[in-house]
Design a protein around this ligand. Structure first.
Ligand code: 6GU
Length: 254
């Protein structure tokens, strides 16, 4: 996977990505990363990349031409028009399925905006995907690009060790991860659940699945709707919800 990032802050991207698991994958040659400084393509005296919006309004816009030339330098080098992700709160909200899908590309370009955004005309010409990382506003696209590259990287074969890829499926089946425990067996008076010490593999698996369902029902009922459960498990969810409803009604009475 070759990542290309169009940005006004290349050192932010490089510092973030050359660390930890993504850094290891870059050293191994499983990933490559180039941060292209859009300012290098501003061919005017002061390397200016922004200007006022026509029609007025607050703030400055990134101009079309430097962004286009920076993109063109990548497209010409790789010999085709790559997929280009523009990071914007107006985009489709990023999820695990999109990460898996994008991990199959040979090249991915991320376009990071700043100021109040980018001239619409260059977006129309080069952007293939408009992506947001959630419903809040950030100062620029660099952190969202790094969030996306992190989650896409771990879907690229070889980036995670076998041990690490156990976690790959933590969102699989639209269920949250079950709780985990390590030594000691008792800490602050809290004991590790008995079943995990039993060595009974099937019972452990059953308990973990049940815990995943409980957590998802409690914290992410929106995800649970898309989960694949057996009829017996759906009945269990109904029973849990009834129980929680009765408990909260009892608490209202107090
Ligand atoms: Cl992709 N960009 C910015 N600026 N803010 C965001 C975002 C992206 N996703 C959520 N908030």
């Amino acid at each position: 996977m070759d990542f290309h990032v169009l940005t006004l802050f290349p050192e932010m991207i490089e510092n973030g990505m050359n660390t930890s698991i993504t850094g290891r994958a870059i050293s191994k040659g499983l990933l490559s990363l180039e941060a292209v400084n859009i300012r290098d393509f501003a061919f005017n005296k002061h390397q200016k990349v922004d200007d006022y919006p026509y029609g007025g309004g607050a703030g400055m816009l990134m101009q079309a031409e430097p962004v286009f030339l920076a993109w063109e330098s990548i497209a010409q080098r790789i010999g085709r028009k790559p997929r280009v992700v523009y990071l914007t709160p107006q985009g489709k909200v990023f999820n695990q399925e999109m990460a898996k899908n994008m991990a199959m590309e040979e090249d991915l370009v991320f376009l990071c905006g700043h100021y109040e955004g980018i001239d619409e005309r260059v977006l129309e010409e080069i952007v293939t995907d408009y992506v947001s990382i959630g419903d809040y506003v950030l100062t620029g696209g660099e952190l969202p690009a790094m969030v996306m590259m992190d989650s896409i990287s771990r879907m690229v074969p070889g980036v995670l060790s076998n041990q690490e890829s156990g976690e790959t499926e933590s969102f699989a089946g639209n269920l949250l991860e079950y709780p985990q425990y390590s030594r000691p067996e008792e800490w602050h008076g809290k004991k590790v659940p008995e079943v995990l010490l039993s060595g009974h593999h099937a019972n452990v698996e059953k308990w973990r699945r049940e815990q995943s369902i409980i957590r998802t029902a409690k914290w992410r009922p929106d995800l649970l709707k898309r989960a694949e459960l057996t009829n017996q498990e759906w009945n269990y969810v109904r029973q849990l919800k009834k129980q929680w409803k009765e408990e909260s009604e009892r608490n209202e009475d107090i």
